[in-house]
Design a protein around this ligand. Structure first.
Ligand code: AMP
Ligand code: GLY
Length: 426
């Protein structure tokens, strides 16, 4: 089979490596891929937001199946366009991708169908939003409605923070059109859990749970990032919590999307907070998470292509989706300065890391001499699996210690919170 994967980050690298475990997969094309993915797939330099370019490519180079991984092309209707060509795809069509692309759509859906989430208000008008945050309880969370590279959410502990966040989104338009409408919501407290789930619009099959580490600095300090590392499974996701999530969140969400006439097929990502009142939805993503995928897929025992085809064909009920009992850890290596300004083009020395861990490339390229260089904020994900979390974390850090480049940055505490929770419980 010839498979197209739209995307070019660590998540796509993990998807491609997993797809390749199926002997039926003869050839994978990645659009645009990256320097690491080039070892596993043919990379063609078409941007993920160039939907016409992607469609044109597929017309000229037919594929048997397409996996559209990032949020932007999903929101722009890439799957709709490929379906129109008769190409089977993994990923939701645009109207279902709104569950991520519009926070207002997601919040209104949850309210209408009684799915637990933070209380909220929606504003289209800056003056009204500013008036509201002058008087609302603190802390408060200000969210741009549209996609904003994971940076459109500001937790405001002071009135001044809230005023600045509203002004940045609605007056200064730092997120472009994505911030012309905002959600202002109640601040929730509790541990966070990411659950990725396969769904064909009827059946939901949650994958092993995971924990992201979104802040740039150790001890969850500093700015929000796309994710500095992950572990799986998440110890806060107990069987009791999982049962409540299935009953109160996962199944009602699938039913709500069907009732709204936009059935969701693909990977639905539930960003959950386990509050004193039970699990609540912080966000939905219409796709695999990055870097959650880098710890979830290595623990998947079932064949990924078989499951993806079952999602597209609506036969997930008959398709087992199994995970191993082990644990995984992914440590992200980032460019100095990320998530702010950073330099690219720094030569990377991988040392012995590739023999010690799975290295998923997020932002890498080649210089004129063909050397591996940095090409993004998040550069590499160093991932290890083991029978237990402590060993997986130790192995991932041992391998990460091998990698060097000028200005490389990493968090030193990926997995520590999870290990403390596990210790307390034992
Ligand atoms: P999001 O992009 O919606 O995942 O938000 C980024 C991060 O902001 C989340 O992972 C949470 O840590 C935090 N966050 C978002 N909404 C809330 C909320 N209502 N209360 C507390 N923290 C939140
Ligand atoms: N790691 C969070 C995300 O993929 O949105």
């Amino acid at each position: 089979m010839k498979i197209l994967v739209v995307g070019g980050g660590g998540r796509e690298h993990a998807i491609i490596k997993k797809l390749k475990q199926n002997p039926e997969v003869a050839h994978i094309v990645a659009l645009p891929g990256n320097a690491g993915i080039a070892a596993d797939a043919e990379c063609v330099n078409i941007r993920t937001t160039d939907i016409d370019g992607i469609v044109d490519y597929v017309k000229r180079n037919p594929v048997d199946f397409a996996v559209v991984a990032p949020d932007d092309p999903l929101a722009l209707g890439c799957v709709d366009r490929l379906h129109a060509l008769g190409v089977k795809c993994f990923g939701p069509e645009a109207k279902a991708a709104r569950i991520e692309a519009s926070k207002v759509f997601a919040k209104n859906l949850m309210k209408k169908y009684g799915i637990p989430t933070a209380a909220y208000e929606v504003f289209d008008d800056a003056k009204q939003a500013l008036e509201y945050v002058q008087a609302c309880p603190l802390p408060v969370v200000v969210k741009a409605d549209g996609l904003a590279l994971g940076k459109g959410v500001v937790i405001c502990f002071t009135r001044q923070d809230a005023v600045s966040a509203v002004t940045a989104a609605m007056v200064e338009s730092v997120f472009g059109k994505s911030g012309s409408r905002i959600v202002v919501e109640e601040y929730l407290e509790g541990p966070e859990v990411s659950v990725l789930a396969f769904t064909d619009g009827h059946v939901v099959r949650p994958m092993v749970s995971s924990m992201d580490h979104k802040r740039a600095g150790d001890g969850d300090t500093g700015l929000n990032t796309g994710g500095m590392g992950t572990i799986a499974p998440n110890p806060c996701y107990t069987p009791e919590v999982a049962e409540r999530c299935m009953k109160e969140i996962f199944l009602p969400t699938i039913a709500a999307m069907n009732a709204e006439g936009c059935p969701f097929k693909g990977c639905l990502y539930f960003g959950l907070m386990i509050t004193a009142d039970g699990p609540k939805v912080i966000e939905y993503n219409c796709r695999f998470g990055d870097p959650e995928t880098q710890v979830v897929l290595p623990l998947m025992k079932s064949d990924l292509l078989t499951v993806m085809l079952a999602v597209e064909n609506g036969t997930l009920a008959e398709t087992p989706v199994e995970f191993s009992d082990g644990a995984a850890c992914c440590v992200m290596l980032a460019s100095g300065g990320y998530p702010g300004k950073y330099e690219k083009g720094k030569p990377i020395d991988l040392g012995k890391a590739p023999e010690m861990a799975e290295i998923y490339h997020s932002g890498t390229g080649r210089d004129a001499e063909g050397n591996l260089v940095t090409a993004g904020g998040r550069v590499l994900g160093v991932c290890c699996t083991a029978g237990d979390l402590k060993t997986a974390v130790e192995r991932a850090y041992a391998a990460a210690g091998e990698v060097k480049w000028d200005g490389m940055m990493l968090r030193r505490d990926i997995g520590q919170r999870a290990l403390r929770i596990l210790e307390k419980r034992c």
